[in-house]
Design a protein around this ligand. Structure first.
Ligand code: ZN
Length: 124
């Protein structure tokens, strides 16, 4: 394998992942709506209603998952813009080329593996 990547392949991978993420967000959003509706229906207080508290827990999970997926969508959009502008695959911290293997595994990666290891709090 060369350390080169084909920007068209990358763009395609980003688009596919973006579509999957959008579909996932839609699924979770409609599930969240259903959960909110079910919670509103049960007028009894959550603490003494086992179903109510289960719904509250599920709602919490859904909100968190939705949040993560929306962040992911932003990352994918940003990566697509970089792919268009020609900045794609360049580490945002050190300016080095990100390895093709890493981009293949994480098409929206903004950092090379060295910087990603050095700054583990950065998501990408
Ligand atoms: Zn770097």
């Amino acid at each position: 394998m060369s350390d080169d990547f084909d920007v068209n392949t990358v763009r395609e991978a980003l688009r596919v992942e973006r579509e999957e993420t959008v579909a996932l967000i839609e699924q979770m959003a409609s599930r969240l709506d259903a959960v909110i509706e079910a919670t509103a229906d049960s007028s009894s207080d959550d603490e003494h209603d086992p179903e109510g508290s289960t719904l509250a827990v599920e709602r919490g999970h859904l909100v968190a998952q939705l949040e993560r997926s929306r962040v992911r969508l932003d990352e994918l959009d940003a990566a697509l813009i970089r792919a268009e502008s020609g900045d794609y695959g360049i580490c945002e911290i050190c300016g080095e080329q990100i390895s093709a293997a890493r981009l293949e595994a994480l098409p929206a990666a903004r950092l090379c593996i060295t910087c990603a290891t050095r700054y583990p709090t950065r998501r990408w």
